[in-house]
Write a protein that binds this ligand. Sequence first.
Ligand SMILES: Cc1ncc(COP(=O)(O)O)c(C=O)c1O
Length: 279
Amino acid sequence: MQVYLNGQYVDDSEARVSIDDRGFLFADGVYEVVHIYGQRPFEWDRHMARLERSLAGIGLEAVNVQELAAVRDRLLAQLEHPEASLYIQITRGTQRRSHAPPPPGVLKPTVLMWVRPVDPIAPETVRRGVKAITVPDDRWAKVWIKTIGLLPNVLAKGRALERGAFDAIFVRDGMVTEATSANVFRVKDGVIFTAPVTNYILPGITRAVVIEMARGAGYSVVEEPFSAELLYDADEVFLTGTLTEVLPVTEVDGRAIGTEAGPVALHLLDLLHRRALGA
Ligand SMILES: Cc1ncc(COP(=O)(O)O)c(C=O)c1O
């Protein structure tokens, strides 16, 4: 499939980035992932607003994200699959290796975009739920920037897989922050809880949409810090994310949370699908 790289559309096998790219050398860049449902990008405007915030967070305001919509449409035109993920990565650009970022405007940022098919999460996986472990949140203090520097997330995900779990849930100072590529919710006595937006979580687009939909459906949603112990005691735990959607978690650190997906998570997943598919 064709990808977009710095103004050109090229076959993905042909696309090349310099060894001097600051993204390659320093993870000096940011990204977004947008879920495409039947050619329709889900919550495009919110993703672009977050991309702008991430770019501002690393001092790369010069990139005009409005121009990415035309690239998106051209990439989508070649898509035949009903579902896809659209990836956008912007790095500070290419320069002989030096920690010092040059003043704004000196480098031409590297802009990469692609669309690749994804398959829906198997209904059986959703019904059974997944296992998670908790791990110390040893990431930096600007997690709100969607940086391509994801090594702590990669290592935590690897640790989860080694232990036979699907994902790792980060815990900072005793409080749950988020998972390696998703936000974390718990349900107790019909009330939905999730960590508040601070610099220590990525403000998930799906998180925001799920909170809105849940409130619209009459649930009360509380955004306040909670401990890992409260996960063990929850009636339901679920993850939210662009490709994760609403994914029930039925085991945390070896402790069972229910026996299968809970009704609140399934209800919210249904609402999400309806919204995404325009039903
Ligand atoms: C660390 C982290 N938290 C949360 C999320 C969920 O965000 P969104 O719903 O915008 O995909 C992601 C998504 O990649 C993530 O990487």
